[in-house]
Design a protein around this ligand. Structure first.
Ligand code: KE4
Length: 427
């Protein structure tokens, strides 16, 4: 029998790339499979190198809210590509994308483009430390802010998926300044702030957590963080790399009505190309080089192609009724999933924030990382394989979100619920 191309590619990749991948969570290790190599995407569909078709809920881990290869994004790229790929000099599209981002987030007066979410959060922390003259930061157990040394401390996403306690190579000195709190537990933050708030440069949080699975903020949690950061003059950083332009056009800040001091963005603002950004008020952002002394740089930051894909994406998202349509699609799937959870013999709970959602294999509500960790990841792996066999491509980890896009049809969503029911209602 022919060896599938995906298998052949994987064996070559294993010789060249650590774990055969360029990002750990794609390796599918926690669900006991070899990674699947994809050939193309179109709308809600992914097609692997062996011609298998999937309804895709990974969406490149969040960026593809319009679906794969959206005509408006393709057109923007084709038009820009004609004039070149990179100039190493300012170009008009950087201003275009910055304007759209600042218009969408009232708390932002200025932004700096980066090439990834990791760069955005890493830089935002440096700016917050430089601005306050303080060194300590508070992060939440289970939140993931990219592969940033000082934030790879009890992080979510791939770190949790591979159940790495923390990462080797992160020095004690680096992580010493990182204080851990529990997500949705304001008391755990208040205790820290009462004790050492005067030394806390920043509180960084996923305002809607997506990296322990989807965990929305509890009532009053974000308001409480806002009040504590103000009281101690610490910088409140919302890491909206995943939830920005996802849970609302203005992200979690619009959805929950809380203004952060700094915001990190990524994923959707690049429309599938490498883009991150961090921003805040003028008072903070004018400290960033070259207007200020806090250094931050990137050869390809603001790259015309990436900017074009971002502008093309945000222009589609800004059209009236877009988020109503996305909510209708998300609610269609979620209501079916919630009914299945109620009827299933499996230990299940289900969380959703707009078009990001997660089915947890545990019967307690998941409100933080300790409750997420109680999930049966073996059962999740069985469910993942069942869904894959039915042509549904979910995140290969219990500690990730599933994303509904504007390209998912009612038939896609109904087929997904039917496939889920055929596993969850037949224990
Ligand atoms: P990147 O450096 O991967 O572009 O962004 C890091 C990041 C920062 N903040 C949040 C809230 C994030 O979710 C991420 C990245 N998300 C993961 C998925 N959970 C990326 C997938 C991967 O690591 O391959």
């Amino acid at each position: 029998m022919d060896v599938p191309d995906s298998r052949r590619l994987y064996s070559r990749a294993l010789e060249l790339l650590p774990g055969g991948v360029n990002s750990p969570v794609r390796a599918m290790r926690s669900v006991g499979l070899d990674p699947i190599f994809m050939a193309r995407g179109e709308g809600s569909r992914l097609y692997d190198v062996d011609g298998n078709e999937y309804i895709d809920y990974v969406g490149s881990w969040g960026p593809l809210i319009l679906g794969h290869s959206h005509p408006a994004v393709r057109e923007a790229l084709e038009k820009t590509l004609k004039d070149g790929t990179s100039f190493g000099a300012p170009s008009p599209l950087e201003v275009e994308l910055a304007e759209r981002i600042v218009d969408a987030f009232p708390s932002l007066e200025m932004v700096r483009m980066t090439n990834s979410g990791t760069e955005a959060t890493m830089s935002a922390l440096r700016v917050a430390r430089g601005y306050t003259g303080r060194e300590k930061i508070i992060k939440f157990i289970g939140c993931y802010h990219g592969a940033v040394d000082s934030l790879l401390v009890q992080a979510g996403s791939g770190v949790a998926t591979l159940s790495l306690p923390d990462s080797p190579g992160v020095t004690a000195g680096t992580s010493a300044g990182t204080i851990l709190a529990d997500y949705n537990d304001l008391d755990s933050v208040r205790e820290i702030m009462v004790r050492e708030g005067e030394q806390v440069a920043a509180i960084i949080v996923e305002p809607v957590a997506g990296n322990m699975g989807t965990v929305p903020p509890a009532e009053g949690f974000l308001e409480g963080l806002r009040a504590l950061a103000t009281e101690y003059s610490s910088v409140l950083i919302f890491d909206e790399v995943m939830c920005g332009f996802r849970v609302a056009f203005g992200g979690a800040q619009e959805r929950y009505g809380i203004a952060a001091d700094m915001t990190c963005l990524g994923k959707i603002i690049g429309g599938g190309l490498p883009v991150g950004a961090f921003g805040g008020g003028r008072d903070i952002m004018k400290t960033v080089a070259p207007s200020g002394d806090t250094y931050q740089a990137g050869t390809l930051s603001g790259n015309p192609l990436a900017m074009a894909a971002g502008v093309g994406t945000l222009d589609q998202l800004s059209r009236p009724g877009t988020y109503d349509r996305l909510e209708e699609k998300s609610a269609r799937l979620a209501s079916r999933m919630e009914a299945i959870v109620d009827a299933s013999g499996y230990p299940l709970s289900f969380n959703r924030a707009g078009s990001m959602m997660t089915l947890f294999f545990c019967d307690e509500p998941v409100t933080d990382f300790s409750s997420a960790k109680a999930c049966d990841t073996g059962l999740y792996a069985d469910y993942f394989k069942h869904m894959l066999d039915h042509g549904i491509y979910l995140a290969p980890s219990q500690f990730e979100a599933a994303f509904v896009s504007l390209a998912h049809s009612d038939d896609d969503l109904d087929r997904t619920a039917e496939a889920a029911a055929s596993f969850l209602l037949n224990p």
